[in-house]
Write a protein of this length. Sequence first.
Length: 565
Amino acid sequence: MASVPENQRVSQMIETKFNDAFATKASQLQPKIYEWASRPQQVVRFEDSEDGFFGVRPVFAHTIESLPTLLWGKADEFILDFGIHLVGYASFKISGRGVNVDAPVRIRVIFGETPRDVAQELYPCDTWISTSWLPDEVINIDDLPSEFEVSRRHAFRYLRVQILDTSPKFKVSFNDFKVRTVSAASPKTRISNYIFSTSILEAIDKTCIFTLRDCMQSVFEDGPRRDRRLWIGDLRLQALANYYTIRDFNLVKRCLYLFAAVPRSDGSLPACLFDRKSGIIGATDYIVDYDALFGVVVYDYVVASGDTLTGIDLWDTILRSMRVPLAHVSQTGAFQSSATQYWKFLDWSKEHLDTDAGGHGLLLYCCKTINNLAVLLDKPEPFTAMVNRLSSAQALSLFYDNERQRFISGPLRQVSVASAAWLTLSSAFPRDICKTALLNVLSDASSIKPRTPYLFHHLIEALTICGAEEMALSLIIEYWGSMVVDGQADTFWECYDRNNPKASPYGDDCQNNSFCHAWSCTPAYFLRGPLAKWSRAMEKGTISLEELDQQKIGRISKQLVHEKL
């Protein structure tokens, strides 16, 4: 069984210093949650396939119109395909057929974001996070006919229905399956419609939008299936994609005030928080790099929205959120991860990721960005001296191997994409050195590569600013395009390894992974923004989110006709 990593163990609890004024402002920005009905498109079954990423592929079983005529008894099952990824509350009507209904019907419903969820068993699951996240429900219904709505919100495309038991005297039939689909983004929302140089880029762009829309709930959730909470690092990337697509500035603003409402007594911010009916709860999770990035999220928001008043309102929160990260700067001006036992993230890595160099680059990047925010807010730049200290030759000499032309980290001189990406983003070194070092780390078989879209985002961003835009675009196609083509992703995933379908940060099984995950939606930002010239982005009017859904469902229907023929 997978064991909990040491950096996930809470060594100390720091008291939350609740800010009522900011909590009130966040409450006033509570979004309307839009609801609309979604219905299944077909009944499918899965068969083994060497070409399927998870070893299976869906094939047509029944039309949805024929479902009410089908009878199901003990140990029978079927799978519904809704055609697109949904977030919402499933309901159905169920009737009994037979001599008489002399016992409850017990059914199990399994909600699948991917074919793996419904074509293979959820249990056992080798994971160190709670299996209570696994998306299945056991339902007992005493009286038939009946209408039933699953009370818990789920995220899924496929719905597997297993009849666990009836009695020998009756079978059941189902009809009127539907989902009360929910999002803070209205299906009527119109966004800029782009075409790109290739169809795969268009598919990537649309999949990003589906991912973002489904994560937009009362906050920007990291994943609507798991964890359903707000993380600073995820928020930053979601917000960037949002500014170029759905453009809901108030939801970003609300999330910023939520974090500002739950600072810890030392001024630091929790890495994530829970937005519950009972109130806002700051999590015990603390990540040094996320704390430092809060000011960057505010800067991006102010630039995109022009709302300098919010920047001014949150200024003191930003400065306090830098205290713990800056405490990691040594006498020589270098970031030193060992200064505290706090978690330094950068990426989920299979190997031990040394975070000295990456942390140095990230902290320098944050200091420079907050200085830029100060200019926008007409305030003195708070970190000019710190930028000079972090940029000193003495500090930077620890992080570059001139002979090998690679960025290095720690006493073992580890080479990783995380180090190279963040030192490049910070402009700690000249642009030509950064470009060479980035290309070298990518071609170095022994270097530690990204494991998740989170670090892939920062790699793409680093390549973009150092003049390697074509390489950045090719990596988007290679990584996210592979998720679409090989993985058949309806929304982008928390973790993806094209060579390992079971890849997971949480153990040896992927059942507890999130397959609609916030930090994976940023190709839309790159393709429409910094890489628009290279993606040959061309705006062609607007399109509603509802129309995007119907386009995708239409493609599924065409595939269905082909299967039946």
